[in-house]
Design a protein around this ligand. Sequence first.
Ligand code: UDX
Length: 442
Amino acid sequence: MKISIVGTGYVGLVSGTCFADVGITVTCVDIDEKKIENLKKGVIPIYEPGLETMVHSNIEKGRLFFSTSLKDSLEQADVIFIAVGTPPDEDGSADLKYVLEVARQIGKHINHYMVIVTKSTVPIGTAKKVKAAITDEIEKRGIEVDFDVASNPEFLKEGNAIQDFLKPDRIVVGTESEKAQKMMNRLYKPFLLNGHPIIFMDIPSAEMTKYAANSMLATKISFMNDMANLCEIVGADITSVRKGIGSDARIGNKFIYAGAGYGGSCFPKDVKAVIKTADLNGYKLRLLEAVEEVNNHQKHVLVSKIKEQFGTNLNNMIFALWGLSFKPKTDDMREAPALVVIEELIKLGAKVKAYDPVAMEEAKRILGDKIEYGADPYDVLIDADALIVITEWSEFRIPNFKVIEKLLKNKVIFDGRNIYEPAEVLENGFSYYSIGRAAMHP
Ligand code: UDX
């Protein structure tokens, strides 16, 4: 089988590499010449554990190719995945210009049957628009070519994307023909060894599934964050409440960790997009609007705690920040809570010194010299007034509290991810602010 993947962003590159890894011949296509040149040499533009090694090995085995020519990649392809970006418009809806441009290009060059699959997260109805754009171009050429469209949303998590692709919980595919269904079934067969299903459905339902999945997950987080804030007020501990509710199989213990708010490239964008879709169709998604509002509020909760401890004038104070990425195992800072905290602290007159195991380069690109950067977690504590933990990287979990105590001016820790045992922090003489637990002082 031969496939092409258009768009070498996160989803495209991971999907293409994993398909190649099970023996499928894959060409990844992008209009960015520099990116393609680098990829041919095995230089990858994103941080994802395991990806670089896998790209190298599949290039060497001669089944992973990179090209700037969509036309050439169509020559022998059975399936084309469209995995280009769908950035949010000013009004929050997904901008389809890249997806539809790829569709037009396919229509201009297609000369045998293939299945054209949308893999980017796209609004309901996009596959239909893709089909229309391709048909339009084929008609202009005055020829007849049979093709099918399908929708195959991606559920990859950054930092765990390879495992998620190789061992998916499920594959969702929206199709409108048996021929396309057979082709997609064959393509995904190597990934369905662990008994997890491939679920076929109509195309709008597949498109909707992606939005519903991300919206449900975002809802779980905002629900827990809202509960956490109430826990603080009434003297309960959200970590106990989480265990208490999570052991009910109907609720489940995953994805119910209170924190400093969700970020990343998917949840904020998709929640906005689905609210917009509803809006355009005359329906108000009250629950998701609240999910978004709770999340925006949650990103400010750490700063409220800082004000509670130090007041609102933070002039000349220095805060040490552990973590910059929106979650561990990624250098992605899109919509990261750290950005909100940094901005607010600076507004209040403070300085920020930050350390992140992998996101420092990305932070420098976004923030420049607005903040200082440290060489390691302890380096940023020198002369700092307090420590703020915002991303739960493993290396922050068992710190040397004695060294922290020596370096910090004030013995205060703000923990935005509840990674410490309050008793241990208090024993070491620190004041401890966390999420969903009242402030604690030694
Ligand atoms: C998400 C979806 O999980 C994935 O299926 C989809 O394809 C893309 O969007 P990702 O953005 O990589 O993946 O991150 P994820 O691991 O889901 O975390 C999202 C955010 O939620 C992070 O900011 C994380 O810190 C936060 N989170 C997650 C919590 O605050 N609490 C939790 O219990 C879980």
